[in-house]
Ligand binder design. Structure first.
Ligand SMILES: Cc1cc2nc3c(=O)[nH]c(=O)nc-3n(C[C@H](O)[C@H](O)[C@H](O)COP(=O)(O)O)c2cc1C
Length: 145
């Protein structure tokens, strides 16, 4: 019998999800390409999947996979000088991946997400885990998962 698709990462322990928000530092298309290229290469190697919502004033990322890989990757991301004010919004175990087919989906921030004014006024610092998770659930729904 084959394992159900939603099975947590087995050999490596439970499936962990982590969501953080940050502010890009010197945002450009080239910078985003560089981030995504490294992210996808490493995430394939590490068994991580997820999505990165990006706009000139905002990064919002969901990482999911084996806990120790999620933690190690977040450690590198925290030290990355291409963004600042990295704020952890949620970390915990999850029953299934939201983005099983994406080593890192990139998604432009849309009108139904936080406005630039809201971000400027500190909305990301106040965002609840439920709000942030809802954003990624909607993004996952829109890409047809
Ligand atoms: C917004 C943002 C998102 C990132 N996402 C990832 C990621 O999902 N996976 C990853 O390995 N690195 C990610 N990085 C890059 C890391 O900070 C780091 O540069 C990279 O992991 C180093 O990999 P390397 O040693 O293979 O060059 C991200 C960086 C930024 C600024």
């Amino acid at each position: 019998m084959s394992a159900p698709l939603s099975a947590p990462v087995s050999a490596a322990g439970p499936l962990t999800q982590l969501i953080y928000a940050s502010r890009p530092f010197g945002f450009s298309g080239d910078m985003l390409d560089d981030i995504l290229m490294a992210a996808r290469r490493n995430n394939r190697r590490d068994g991580l999947t997820g999505a990165l919502v990006c706009r000139a004033d905002l990064f919002l990322q969901l990482l999911e996979g084996p806990r120790e890989k999620v933690t190690a990757t977040f450690g590198r991301i925290l030290r990355d000088d291409r963004h600042m004010e990295v704020g952890l919004i949620w970390v915990g175990d999850a029953p299934a991946r939201l983005f099983p087919d994406w080593d890192m989906l990139d998604d432009p921030a849309r009108s139904w997400m936080w406005s630039r004014e809201a971000v400027r006024d500190g909305a990301m610092g106040r965002a609840s885990a439920a709000e942030a998770r809802a954003v990624f659930q909607r993004v996952a729904g829109e890409v047809g998962l």
